[in-house]
Design a protein around this ligand. Structure first.
Ligand code: ADP
Ligand code: GN1
Ligand code: MG
Length: 374
């Protein structure tokens, strides 16, 4: 089954089976509308409006992808734990914690007739998401918001959280998965991807630094978000400030280098993740500096020397890791990420690899910028 077929979307009338499952959530009023929302690659997300005598309220409903998150109950336990921890620590500044709406029976999720788990969050109003940034100020706001998120979780024991996707950022394992995909050639696409596979193999020796450092204790294991893509933080529509970190499914033990690196990948350019015009794909140093200012400015109090030293490597690592994940998915026949057209995973691979190359060329400049702010 390709990911395309897994995705459940509709337009117009809300199908009855969806209405039935939504009725299980403890929400007052009548469902007025419910439409597919956002550009997440994993779950099927809907924005819904309910109305009662007091007015209207919006909610986010998600049908969870249990092929990716095999233990939805354990995942929701993590999210409850993390949200409670964050809610107890809110300090000044515009910020909100994701708010779970429980089922009428008190559970954190409902199940539909086909066995899918659904969950609901309060819609965070007066905010917007960006699939890629348009200004350095947005990069700075996102960097600050994710660093603040990390600071607030610095005293949460990583052992209290389930590992929702085993080896999620173990880049050498991701490389091994690519090599298995090449060997299996399930979709018969290997012959067409020689250049991409060689590009990946040529960098195999440079992807162990963070995993080795975590294993040896040289880099601290922290509670990290692990999916700090720019559309996983909501920015205030008026001020542009980072208001709410969302998509908490992968919050678990990790390295903050993963979080910083994923921000570099998604907030320093001016191009979509699947951009076909590779001439547009490059890292903008002004945005990078803004990101570093926001992120390092807030994280300085807890960053350790080895982490600071590796910050300039983080963007390379996460862009490369995403590139090999997209490539492996393409070779496997598009079973993991949601796709909107046949070659999308290959386009995503090309964009990531072009950005990797650009980061490699700029690494000294990235180091100088980090030095200025750390
Ligand atoms: P996925 O894992 O598929 O990326 P997300 O949890 O990131 O799913 O949700 C997909 C998108 O839905 C987000 O990028 C964001 O645009 C939107 N979204 C999710 N939660 C909320 C919320 N509580 N309020 C407003 N928008 C949200
Ligand atoms: C997925 O769920 P979403 O769309 O925020 C993926 C990330 C990738 C990203 C690439 C659980 O993020 O790891 O970096 O796509 N999430 C999962 O865009 O695999
Ligand atoms: Mg997301």
């Amino acid at each position: 089954m390709t990911r395309e077929l897994f995705a459940r979307t509709f337009s117009g009338m809300v199908p009855d089976d969806i209405k039935n499952v939504l009725a299980g959530f403890a929400i007052a009023g009548d469902l007025v509308d419910c439409t597919p929302y956002g550009n997440g690659h994993i779950h099927d997300t809907y924005a819904a409006t309910y109305r009662d005598g007091n007015g209207s309220r919006r909610f986010i409903h998600q049908r969870l992808n249990h092929h990716v998150f095999k233990d939805p109950v354990g995942m929701m336990r993590n999210i409850v734990r993390v949200c409670e921890h964050l809610a107890g620590k809110l300090d000044s500044g515009p910020q909100q914690v994701l708010e779970i709406v429980k089922a009428r029976n008190g559970d954190t999720m409902c199940r539909d007739a086909s066995g899918y788990y659904w969950r609901t969050y309060v819609f965070v109003e007066n905010t917007e998401y960006h699939d890629f940034v348009q200004t350095p100020a947005q990069a700075e706001a996102a960097g600050f918001a994710f660093a603040r998120f990390q600071r607030m979780l610095v005293d949460l024991d990583a052992n209290d959280l389930n590992e929702t996707i085993p080896g999620f950022h173990h880049t050498p394992s991701r490389m091994a998965a690519l090599e298995s995909a090449v060997a299996a050639d399930t979709a018969g696409r290997v012959a067409q991807c020689g250049d991409e596979i060689n590009f990946a193999l040529a960098r195999k020796e440079r992807i162990r630094i963070v995993t080795d450092g975590l294993e040896s204790g040289e880099i601290p294991v922290r509670v990290t978000h692990n999916d700090t893509k720019i559309n996983n933080v909501l920015l205030d529509v008026e001020t542009g400030a980072g208001v709410c970190v969302i998509d908490l499914d992968t919050v678990m033990a990790g390295s903050l280098l993963y979080d910083f690196g994923e921000l570099v990948r998604t907030s320093t350019g001016d191009f979509a993740e699947n951009e076909k015009d590779l001439g547009k794909v490059s890292l903008d140093l002004e945005r990078y500096e803004a990101l570093v200012r926001g992120y390092v400015g807030e994280a300085k109090s807890f960053l350790q020397p080895r982490e600071i030293e590796l910050l300039p490597h983080a963007g390379f690592l996460m862009t490369f890791e995403n590139g090999i994940r997209f490539l492996a998915d393409y070779l496997n026949g598009d079973t993991y990420y949601k796709i909107h057209y046949a070659e999308e995973n290959l386009d995503r691979t090309h964009t990531q690899f072009r950005l990797v190359r650009d980061i490699e060329e700029k690494v000294d400049q990235l180091g100088a910028i980090v030095d200025r702010h750390a």
